[in-house]
Design a protein around this ligand. Structure first.
Ligand SMILES: Cc1cc2nc3c(=O)[nH]c(=O)nc-3n(C[C@H](O)[C@H](O)[C@H](O)COP(=O)(O)O)c2cc1C
Ligand code: SF4
Ligand code: SF4
Length: 462
C-alpha cells in the first residue's frame, strides 16, 4: 500500500506533516530549527519574543519523576526569548529561505499598545514567515507585566489585541490560549471575533512544582525562593484534550486548531487529530528526547493510517468529536461488569482492596491451599516455580493463596479493579444485558415527568 500523505494546513499555514515544534527552548535559534527540520519536523513556532530581550533566572525547571519515570510532568519559570530582536528576525529570514516548504511561525508577545503590535507584526512579516502566533498564555512573569495569560484570561483583551494584529497582518494569525481559565470557550469565541485564523492550545498550566523536604525550599528555586510556573509534559494531556474538544465542538468558534500539551508519541498526536486538530505542537518531549523523536512520530502515524486505510489526515481529523458530549446524553441502560481471567491472575489482591475500600465491595476472596489449587486446575503447574527443591507460586503465602472472583450482581462496572490490576489484560470489562431500557438521563427525566417510568432504584440496598 502507498504511504499516506501527512501534509496539512493549519489556519492557512501549510506543512509537510502535522508535527510542529511548539514555541519554547527547542525553537530558540535558527540553528536549532534548521537541525529540527532536517530531522523531519514539519514546522516550528519560534520561541516568543518582544522588542527587548528578557532577563531570565537560574535555575528555572522542575519535574515530576513518577515511580522512576522521568519528566512525567514538567514545570518552568522561564520567560520569553533572551535574544535580540535583530538576531531573531535575521535567523527567521534565513530559515524560511532555506526551508520554503516548512511552516515557520513566529510567536509574539508585545505590551498591550496598538501601535507597538502594529510595528512588531510589520517587522516580523518582512522576514517572509508563514504566520504569527500570539502568545496569550504564559502564566508566569509576563502575566505580572500585563501580557501572556493576563491577556488570554480576559475575552475582551483577547479580542482587542487579536483585532489589532489582524488590522495589519498579511499572514495567518493563530491565537495561543491559556488553559488557566474555568471555561476555554468564551476565550476561543473572543479570538474568533478578533479575526483569528486559527487557535492553538494549551500553553502551560499555572503550578507550584513541589517542595524539597530537606531544604524546605520550593522546586525549582532561585537563591532559595520560588515562584508559580507553567506545567506541561505527559501529565497535562487529558486537560489539553478536553480543551481542544471544547473548542472543536463549539459551533460559534469553528476555527482550525493546533493541539498542544503532553504529546510524546505518535498516538498522543493522533488523539489530538481525532478531536479536531489539524496539526500538533510539541515541547517537553523534545526537551527530554531531542529532535529525532519525530522519526518515530512520522513512521507510527503512517503505519496506523495504513492499517486503518486512511490516505490523508482529513480522513480522520475530528472523527471522535461527536462521540463526546454532555453527561446527560449517556445511555443509562448500557452495562459492563468486570471479569478476571484466572489463568493470568497472579493473586496479588490489588483489585480486591481497590474494590473493597474504594468501590463497591464486589470482589469475592476465597482462600485455598496451593496443593488444592494446583490439583484442581490442569496446566497450572506450569506456573509453579521450583526453587531450592520447594514448589512456590506467585501470590501464595504459608502454602495458601487467595482466589478472586467478581460478584456479578453487585459490580457496577466502574473499571477500578481493571485499572489497578498490574497484569495487562487480566481483568476485562464485559458488556452485559441490562435490566434498564436504553435511554439517556435527559430521556429518563422526560419519561419520569410523564410518569411513563418508575424511578430507578439503586442496584443494591442494604
Ligand atoms: C521551558 C519552556 C518554555 C516555554 N516557552 C514558551 C514561549 O516562549 N512561548 C510559548 O508560547 N510557549 C512556551 N512554552 C509552552 C510550550 O510551547 C507548550 O505550550 C507547553 O509546554 C505544552 O506543550 P508540551 O506538553 O508538549 O510541553 C514553554 C514551555 C516550556 C517548558
Ligand atoms: S468494576 Fe468496580 S465494582 Fe466491579 S468489581 Fe471492579 S472495582 Fe468492583
Ligand atoms: S489485581 Fe489482577 S492480578 Fe492481582 S489479584 Fe486482582 S485480578 Fe489478579
Amino acid at each position: 500500500m502507498k504511504k499516506p500523505s501527512l501534509a496539512t494546513t493549519v489556519g492557512g499555514i501549510r506543512s509537510p506533516n502535522p508535527f510542529w515544534l511548539a514555541s519554547a527552548p527547542p525553537t530558540n535559534t535558527g540553528d536549532q530549527i534548521r537541525r529540527a527540520f532536517k530531522a523531519g519536523w514539519g514546522g516550528a513556532v519560534w520561541k516568543t519574543f518582544d522588542f527587548e530581550p528578557i532577563v531570565n533566572v537560574s535555575s528555572r525547571y522542575g519535574a515530576v519523576d513518577y515511580d522512576g519515570r522521568k519528566i512525567m510532568g514538567f514545570n518552568n519559570i522561564e520567560l520569553i526569548s533572551d535574544r535580540t530582536l535583530e538576531d531573531n528576525l535575521r535567523e527567521i529570514k534565513e530559515i524560511k529561505t532555506e526551508f520554503p516548504d516548512h511552516a515557520v511561525v513566529v510567536s509574539l508577545m508585545v505590551e498591550s499598545r496598538r501601535e507597538r503590535w502594529h510595528e512588531m507584526v510589520q517587522r516580523v512579516e518582512e522576514t517572509g514567515c508563514d504566520g504569527l502566533e500570539l502568545n496569550f498564555g504564559c502564566p508566569h512573569g509576563m502575566s505580572e507585566r500585563g501580557m501572556g495569560s493576563a491577556v488570554g484570561q480576559v475575552p475582551e483583551y483577547t479580542e482587542m489585541i487579536t483585532s489589532w494584529v489582524k488590522e495589519v497582518a498579511k499572514t495567518p494569525v493563530i491565537v495561543k490560549l491559556t488553559p488557566n481559565v474555568t471555561d476555554i470557550r468564551p476565550i476561543g469565541r473572543a479570538a474568533k471575533r478578533g479575526g483569528a485564523d486559527g487557535i492553538s492550545l494549551i500553553n502551560t498550566i499555572n503550578s507550584i512544582m513541589g517542595i524539597d523536604l530537606d531544604t524546605l525550599r520550593p522546586k525549582p528555586h532561585v537563591a532559595g525562593r520560588g515562584s508559580h510556573g507553567g506545567y506541561c509534559g505527559p501529565a497535562v494531556k487529558p486537560i489539553a484534550l478536553q480543551m481542544v474538544h471544547a473548542l472543536a465542538s463549539d459551533a460559534e468558534i469553528n476555527l482550525p486548531v493546533s493541539g498542544i500539551g503532553g504529546i510524546q508519541a505518535w498516538h498522543d498526536a493522533v488523539e489530538f487529530l481525532l478531536l479536531g486538530c489539524s496539526g500538533v505542537q510539541i515541547c517537553t518531549a523534545v526537551m527530554h528526547y531531542g529532535f529525532r523523536l519525530v522519526e518515530h512520530m512520522i513512521s507510527g502515524l503512517e503505519m496506523w493510517m495504513m492499517e486503518k486505510g486512511f490516505t490523508k489526515l482529513d480522513d480522520f481529523i475530528g472523527r471522535s468529536v461527536p462521540h463526546i458530549g454532555g453527561w446527560g446524553d449517556l445511555d443509562l441502560g448500557y452495562k459492563v461488569t468486570a471479569e478476571i481471567d484466572q489463568n493470568q491472575c497472579i493473586h496479588c489482591g490489588l483489585c480486591y482492596v481497590a474494590c473493597e475500600d474504594g468501590a463497591h465491595q464486589s470482589i469475592l476472596r476465597e482462600r485455598v491451599s496451593v496443593e488444592d489449587f494446583i490439583g484442581a486446575r490442569a496446566g497450572i503447574p506450569d506456573r509453579v516455580e521450583i526453587s531450592g527443591g520447594r514448589r512456590t507460586m506467585a501470590g501464595a503465602g504459608d502454602g495458601y493463596l487467595n482466589l478472586f472472583k467478581i460478584h456479578q450482581e453487585t459490580c457496577v462496572g466502574c473499571n477500578l479493579c481493571a485499572l489497578a490490576c498490574p497484569v495487562e489484560g487480566c481483568i476485562t470489562m464485559m458488556e452485559r444485558a441490562s435490566n434498564l431500557p436504553s435511554m439517556t438521563w435527559s430521556q429518563y427525566q422526560e419519561k419520569l415527568s410523564k410518569k411513563e417510568i418508575d424511578p430507578i432504584r439503586p442496584h443494591r440496598s442494604e
